[in-house]
Write a protein that binds this ligand. Sequence first.
Ligand SMILES: Cc1cc2nc3c(=O)[nH]c(=O)nc-3n(C[C@H](O)[C@H](O)[C@H](O)COP(=O)(O)OP(=O)(O)OC[C@H]3O[C@@H](n4cnc5c(N)ncnc54)[C@H](O)[C@@H]3O)c2cc1C
Length: 438
Amino acid sequence: MVDRYESWGRYPRVRQSAVRLHWRSRPLPLTQDRGLTYLPFGNGRSYGDSCLNEGGVLLDARGLNRFIAFDPSTGILRCEAGVLLGDILALVVPHGWFLPIIPGTRFVTVGGAIANDIHGKNHRRIGTFGCHVRRFKLLRSDGQRLTCSPEENPELFGVTIGGLGLTGVILWAEIALKGIISPAMTVETLPFADLEGFFDLSAESEDAFEYTLAWIDCLARGSHLGRGLFIRANHAASPSGEQPKTLQRQFSIPVDLSIGFLNRLSVRIFNSLHYRKYRRSRSPDLVHYEPFFFPLDGIRNWNRLYGSRGFLQYHCVVPHRDGKDAIREILGLTVAVGIESFFGVLKVFGDRPSPGVLSFPRPGITLALDFPHHGAKTFQLLEQLDRIVVSAGGAVYPAKDARMSTTCFKRYFPHWETLERFRDPRFSSSFWRRVTQE
Ligand SMILES: Cc1cc2nc3c(=O)[nH]c(=O)nc-3n(C[C@H](O)[C@H](O)[C@H](O)COP(=O)(O)OP(=O)(O)OC[C@H]3O[C@@H](n4cnc5c(N)ncnc54)[C@H](O)[C@@H]3O)c2cc1C
């Protein structure tokens, strides 16, 4: 057993073993021990324990990293499931194509993107990753290789999208890309003074901008509660002679930094400076797509800034009806109990349904908050946040979770038993056991 495999939040730490997959034509390397469970592993960019399997075996799919077919006249791409989204962009952007859905890091595999049915800054417009997957091949523990699409094995298709890696190993997938004219983005960054400001800008930007999100200053309180920067962008409409701003030089955090490095004072200073920087700026910037979509990728291993105890992300969605009040209550509570988040992002989800049975996105407002791991008091706060989200009829994102209760999970995902029915009998995860077993 090794503990070298960890999730992005670096909590929990578990003992598990791992086998690397290299060839999609080979059978799965399973042992005769029927008590041992297996779980595919992408690139460990999930924050909690949905990509971990305590006491079991990870099937590390990063060796399945080949492109199979790409048609630059139609934008249809087929590749193995361990290919990174960043590598897809590097291949297709020069041909005028782009991935329809982009998360906040390019270090996510295609298999991981499907298994968590990830969303981007344009969910309002075009839904989740699963909405753009045409078909994939699934390898089950009994050796069956099943092509899954809306027409072929449609139930397995729906339950594997957002299926947390529990239905088998995705070997390859076919994705419909979207056309672009330029690798540049036109980006506007607008400050807002409070949550009402966010909702106003959101409504104002809905029609004209494909990508929208807001960075929230989670340390602001009182009349500044919920202040932040609203970022809205489109792909540049024509190849411009002007050079877009490119990705800043990458640097790496080589070791765990002490928890003192990221503290209330340092984050308060950063937040104030960051907010002030944009106080007057309204003119659109021409920015290369990399710094726009992947601002944190410039610092490799930034998760080490939180120290060896790791950190927890709380990522929820609340329906529009009571959403404003719920978001205000969540931010207010974190400030009131003195466990403020160091990083917060607010977005709006649209109503395009996903084919994924257990997909997280649903119409409403979505908030992601990063918390340093301070032990019991952090967990108590997150339980209080769950109460707000449950009573607003919302949900918490499994890809980011390391601690939600069984009761909450079943409230958030009432169709969980459908996934349990299709779960490969030899597959399981730390997350799945935690949230389904009373
Ligand atoms: C900085 C940062 C920003 C992020 N931004 C976003 C965002 O904007 N939107 C969003 O939705 N998410 C976001 N995420 C979360 C991330 O996109 C998801 O957790 C994603 O699933 C991670 O993919 P991975 O390849 O690292 O897979 P892992 O985290 O290793 O695994 C994720 C799941 O996929 C399964 N899996 C992996 N490979 C396969 C396979 N071949 N077959 C079957 N199942 C498989 C695993 O079993 C596991 O259940 C972000 C994460 C980080 C670190």
